[in-house]
Design a protein around this ligand. Structure first.
Ligand code: MG
Length: 170
C-alpha cells in the first residue's frame, strides 16, 4: 500500500498529464490552422507523450492496488495569436509540471514511500528534458523564426520528429 496522500497526489497528476496532452493538442491545432504542419506534428507527439505519462501513473496506482478516480479534463487554458505563443506557454507549463512532480516527490520522501520516489525518478529526469526541449524551441524560433526560409526549415525539422514510447515500463 502506498501512502494515502502520495496516492491522492498521483491520482491528481493523472488528470494533469491528460490536461497537458489536451493543451499540446490545442497548440498542434493552432499551428495546423496556420499551415505549419511540422510544428503541429511536434505538438501532436508531445500530446501523445503526455498521455503516456498519465497511463504510467494510472498503471503504477493499479499495480499497487490503489483506486484510480478519473475527473473531468479542463478546457485548454491558452490564448494564442503570435507564432511563438505556444512555445512560451509550453515552457511555462512544463515549469509548472516540474513543480507538481517535485511536490509529489517531496511528499513521498516525507512518507518514506521509497517505491514511489524510485518511480518518480524517471519523471524528474523527464521534466528536465521537457524544459530543455521547450527552451530550445524558443531559442530556435528567436534565431530563425522571423525569416520565412528559416521558419520553413524549422517547420521541416519539427515535422521529422517521430513518436517513441516512454523508456519507463511498469
Ligand atoms: Mg508530462
Amino acid at each position: 500500500m502506498l501512502d494515502k496522500k502520495v496516492s491522492a497526489l498521483i491520482n491528481d497528476q493523472i488528470n494533469k498529464e491528460f490536461y497537458s496532452a489536451y493543451l499540446y493538442l490545442a497548440f498542434a491545432n493552432f499551428y495546423a490552422e496556420k499551415g505549419l504542419n511540422g510544428f503541429a506534428n511536434w505538438y501532436q507527439i508531445q500530446a501523445k507523450e503526455e498521455q503516456d505519462h498519465a497511463m504510467l501513473m494510472y498503471q503504477y496506482l493499479h499495480n499497487n492496488n490503489e483506486k484510480v478516480t478519473l475527473e473531468a479534463i479542463a478546457k485548454p487554458d491558452c490564448s494564442l495569436s503570435g507564432l511563438s505563443d505556444p512555445l512560451q506557454a509550453g515552457l511555462k507549463h512544463e515549469e509548472y509540471v516540474t513543480s507538481l512532480i517535485h511536490t509529489i516527490y517531496a511528499a513521498a520522501q516525507e512518507a518514506r514511500d521509497f517505491r514511489t520516489t524510485q518511480f518518480l525518478d524517471w519523471f524528474v529526469k523527464e521534466q528536465g528534458e521537457e524544459e530543455t526541449n521547450a527552451n530550445d524551441l524558443i531559442t530556435k524560433m528567436e534565431l530563425f523564426g522571423s525569416d520565412p526560409k528559416g521558419l520553413y526549415m524549422l517547420d521541416s525539422e519539427l515535422g521529422a520528429r517521430v513518436y517513441t514510447a516512454p523508456s519507463l515500463t511498469l
